[in-house]
Design a protein around this ligand. Structure first.
Ligand code: HEC
Length: 485
């Protein structure tokens, strides 16, 4: 983008930020220290009216960067005073007093400090007992030596199926032995792809049918393309039979990321499938003529339910249930409402939880709370008529994967709350729910446990988490056993 473009767009941003009023009801930063907000009233207003045009609306998102010119108070003040004319940033020393510039620098430093709270890599893990404050739990190792565990499914007989992204499907027996299951599809185990989620048919007990989502290959003359696909199969002993690819998200792509790929049966007996935008946000999520950046809904045999929202719309893919998604890697059923909830990776500073409603547009990339990884805004708006607002969004991004509602009375203080795994900050996030609404109150559980890929409630009502391998551990599954405080 050339400089004229850049400043024109920034002018637009400035106009927009001046005209929009930010009610950030569901913004978790809001709960942080209202005093600070008062103290930085000049800086806050200036950031959102002027700086945001180029650096994004949230200071926490701006500071989530590799600093080029330093982040000491002096270097921040120098950057703001002198600007970087050749890169497109004006200097502000003629516009603002030194005191104002100092306040801006302090405000930025405060944003850095807020973000540092989430970076837990220095937290030492000393035992398998974790006391979050609200509930003490013991972590029991259920399965190890699974490097990148992705999907989990609990069989009625107490056994468990676990997918490993590299392309393996395991059965964990009741005496905790891992056995390989044969007959899984060939996968593209590169980037974010591989063997991904797993779900059981609601009548698994009688029909032994399972569903696997994965990165399906398609070989061309000079390339292997890939896409999100779903295989239906029957589990017989330690093998799969009657394999049938009932869903293939088109078009295939050269890229190796944003597969989405969670599977969840609804109370309506339909299979919901999340598919990411495959890294092509310009073409995919807002257009109904492709499968990408969508939540799909199909019958258990892969056929299309006739009450899907776009079945009668010419040119629209009939399995689409909702659109405008980026990369949903968590999907679950809210047991108290029967709604489908997803969490999805946003750009920097725009991860979201959404409730999936029929035919709705979730806005990506037209509206977003995040900015590009290179620090430039993606969109100047966070809200638009006809597009859904998230239930919550995360700044800084936590990179969410896996989502589950705590149910039953094993964890009384957490009952009804929603759990989200954080890949980036290596913890389990608990978000408080009251009357089926997110209150914004959050708690960080299992600090620095590792890249937390999935969280589910077992048939026994206990929380199970899938954690990737790290230098401290082999990767695998833990169970959270509550202990009395
Ligand atoms: C017209 C666009 C624009 C506006 C408006 C703008 N900046 Fe910048 N800013 C940039 C660019 C371009 C850079 C170069 C570095 C980069 O983006 O990676 C930069 C760099 C910076 C840096 C140094 C970052 C580093 O990595 O060391 C700081 C600090 C900064 N800006 C603060 C501000 C503040 C505070 C405001 C509002 C008072 C502001 N900027 C307004 C475009 C802008």
């Amino acid at each position: 983008m050339n400089k004229t473009h850049y400043s024109l767009i920034s002018l637009l941003f400035i106009l927009f930020s001046l005209s929009s009023c930010h009610t950030q009801k569901k913004d978790r930063q809001q709960t942080q220290d209202e005093q600070t907000q008062k103290k930085y009233s000049f800086a806050k207003a200036t950031f959102s009216n002027i700086c945001s045009g180029c650096h994004g609306e949230k200071v926490e998102t701006f500071v989530d960067r590799k600093w080029k010119y330093g982040n000491t108070k002096d270097s921040l003040m120098a950057s703001i005073s002198n600007g970087y004319a050749d890169l497109g940033m004006p200097g502000f020393k003629a516009t603002f007093s030194e005191e104002n510039i100092r306040e801006l620098a302090d405000f930025i430093l405060q944003g850095i400090e807020n973000n540092n709270k989430f970076d837990l890599k220095d937290v030492e893990i000393k035992s398998n007992i974790f006391d979050s404050g609200s509930q003490k739990v013991r972590l029991d190792t259920i399965a190890k030596d699974i490097k990148i565990p992705w999907g989990m499914a609990f069989l009625p007989n107490g056994e468990m199926l676990i997918t490993e992204r590299s392309g393996k499907l395991y059965k964990l027996t009741s005496n905790q032995k891992l056995q390989s299951i044969d007959g899984v599809p060939e996968v593209v185990a590169e980037g974010q792809g591989g063997l991904l989620d797993i779900a059981l048919h609601s009548n698994f007990k009688d029909n032994h049918i399972i569903y696997l989502s994965y990165a399906m290959p398609k070989k061309t003359d000079n390339n292997t393309l890939a896409t999100t696909a779903v295989m239906k199969a029957e589990l017989v002993g330690n093998g799969l039979t009657n394999q049938d690819n009932i869903f293939v998200a088109l078009p295939f792509s050269k890229r190796r990321h944003h597969y989405g790929s969670r599977l969840q049966f609804g109370n309506d007996g339909k299979l919901y499938i999340s598919v990411g935008d495959r890294g092509n946000e310009k073409e995919n999520p807002q257009s109904l003529n492709n499968f990408l950046g969508k939540i799909h809904r199909i019958n258990d045999d892969g056929s299309i339910p006739q009450d899907n929202p776009f079945v009668n719309q010419q040119g629209a893919i009939p399995s689409i249930y909702s659109y405008g998604h980026r990369n949903p890697q968590g999907m679950t059923l809210n047991p108290s409402t029967g709604e489908i909830w997803v969490n999805e990776h946003g750009p920097r500073g725009g991860d979201e939880i959404n409730i999936i409603r029929k035919g709705k547009n979730y806005g990506w990339p037209v509206i977003t709370y995040g900015i590009n990884y290179n620090g430039k805004p993606i969109s100047n708006i966070t809200k638009k008529e006809g597009m859904e607002q998230p239930e919550i969004y995360w700044t800084p991004s936590i990179a969410p994967s896996g989502i589950a509602f705590v149910s039953g009375d094993n964890y009384k203080k957490w009952e009804g709350d929603v759990l989200t795994g954080s890949l980036r900050f290596r913890y389990l996030n608990r978000t408080k729910i009251l009357n089926n609404k997110i209150t914004g109150e959050e708690e960080i559980l299992l600090k620095n446990i590792g890249r937390l890929r999935n969280v589910k409630i077992g048939n026994d009502g206990f929380i199970y988490i899938a954690v990737e391998a790290s230098k401290n551990w082999t990767g695998g599954i833990f169970k959270l056993v509550p202990i009395d405080n």
